[in-house]
Ligand binder design. Sequence first.
Ligand code: GLP
Length: 259
Amino acid sequence: MAEIVIVPDRAAAGALVAEQIAKLVTERPDAVLGLATGSTPLPVYEALRERLADVDVSRVRGFALDEYVGIDPAHPESYASVIRREVVEPLGLSPELIRTPPAHDEDLAGAGARYEAEIAAAGGIDLQILGIGTDGHIGFNEPGSSFASRTRIKTLTEQTREDNARFFDSIDDVPRHCLTQGLGTIHDARHLVLLAFGEGKAEALAGAVEGPVTASLPGSAIQLHPHVTVVVDEAAASQLRFADYYRHAYANKPEWQTI
Ligand code: GLP
């Protein structure tokens, strides 16, 4: 099962995951990171600024989980812009080694397959950062997504558009489509690290971690993966049935084990 780590706040989550990423990059300077957007991973990227300051990151490679279709790549809320602003520039990564799904290509029908080929050519993703939507999506795999799905175009649910409207001037500006890694793509990453904060994520998180494995709650796909770490604050953990056990297991974890 996934390891569930309940931390006091976002900063503690950021520090924990940044430590793991720094270890990975130190051991493997050309590590391949799976990068998430949205507000959830921001504490990780913030913690990484300090944690990676003395680490050579020039060869680190990265693949974003998803991208909106239908907004200019130069738009400040395109995920290409977000990744550049929140990750590439502050961490000093090499821009040419960090990719976002090519949702702006003329040949959109073939864009998913091209992105899959790029990930495969890089040798696959070592550590994939994930958030979770209030409707249970990971990446932009909305309810009903196949567990075997690869990078492809998806239609966003209205709930997701409303959730993401805070990043735009109005909900009318939120795109209706995206190009997202599939659940099968995410499953191929060697280590999944899912973060969730706040009461608003509690129901989706409990479904993903403890509910039945179902395409109706795409986050539940993490239960099929052999190496998953879930890092959450108390509010997001508030609907977990076995929270006390997760705390007990983490408190008694052998020192030599990492997440
Ligand atoms: C976004 C992203 C997801 C993210 C999720 C939660 O729209 N496509 O990758 O994990 O929805 O967003 P947030 O972290 O802002 O709550």
